[in-house]
Design a binder for this molecule. Structure first.
Ligand code: IPE
Ligand code: IPE
Ligand code: MG
Length: 247
């Protein structure tokens, strides 16, 4: 329990293949996936993970068949239940181009954002109509506008300027990224934020993901040495100094 990741990002993939495997419709896979999300959110909170950020719908997912997109939007509307967040003391947040979402989804989403804003046990951020390239383009536009207005000098732009201009400005960078469903790619998710994130891929389809799977990923993470470009010796010395500061 001493080396817990503070922030876990998850690419919840494999709902469609899970459904196929069980002779069900893709929409059944998404339905089962929503349950896995709530179970994982509770498990993460119970373990003491402060931030969980899940990829629920990408910019590219708008290109799926209309029927599937409509089904996903209805599921989102049905599952945005404020009680889940209040009962677990979890703050609900969203990143992405939410203006593209149906009006009823936006209204329910805003209600959950407002009502859960002071919850303290954990933060669940859902990426909806999100892609990292879209987010970086928007951040670039914001920064360019500030330069044009004269409130920011070009030579003062640094990584903090970009961090603060992204949708994720309220979050620390993820320590661990989990992708279920067996694909080995990031699919346009948190590309800037994951510069030094530990990556974990598993074959489990998202609807089968649970507390045990989460613990496996965290345990794997805990065996790793995060060097951030330094040598292993430096990292060991740094850790020793941190420990003596805490004592
Ligand atoms: C992830 O599962 C959920 C969304 C992208 C909305 P998929 O729907 O991508 O499932 P597979 O990858 O086809 O199995
Ligand atoms: C990534 O999964 C997006 C989400 C999990 C929401 P996809 O299934 O859309 O990714 P690709 O197309 O396999 O890269
Ligand atoms: Mg997929």
């Amino acid at each position: 329990m001493t080396r817990l990741p503070q922030h876990i990002a998850i690419i919840m993939d494999g709902n469609g293949r899970w459904a196929k495997l069980h002779g069900k419709k893709r929409s059944d896979g998404h339905f089962a996936g929503a349950q896995a999300l709530f179970d994982t959110m509770v498990a993460a909170c119970n373990l003491g993970i402060k931030y969980t950020t899940v990829y629920a719908f990408s910019t590219e997912n708008w290109n799926r068949p209309d029927e599937e997109v409509e089904g996903l939007m209805s599921l989102l509307f049905a599952k945005l239940d404020i009680n889940v967040f209040m009962d677990n003391d979890v703050r609900f947040c969203v990143i992405g181009n939410t203006s593209r979402l149906p009006q009823d989804v936006q209204e329910r989403m805003n209600y959950c954002l407002e009502q859960s804003a002071n919850n303290k046990r954990g933060t669940l951020t859902v990426a909806l109509s999100y892609s990292s390239k879209w987010e970086i383009i928007e951040a670039t536009k914001k920064i360019a506008r500030r330069v044009k207005e004269g409130t920011l000098r070009v030579e003062d732009i640094d990584d903090k300027t970009i961090d603060a201009s992204l949708n994720t400005s309220f979050l620390p960078d993820p320590d661990l990224l989990i992708r279920t469903g067996g694909e080995l790619r990031l699919s346009n998710y948190l590309l800037w934020q994951c510069a030094y994130t530990e990556l974990y891929f598993c074959d489990t389809f998202w609807p089968d993901f649970n507390e045990e799977e989460l613990c496996k990923a965290i345990y794997d993470y805990q065996q790793r040495e995060r060097r951030f470009g330094k040598t292993s010796e430096q990292v060991t010395v740094d850790a020793g100094q941190q420990d003596s500061k805490q004592e």
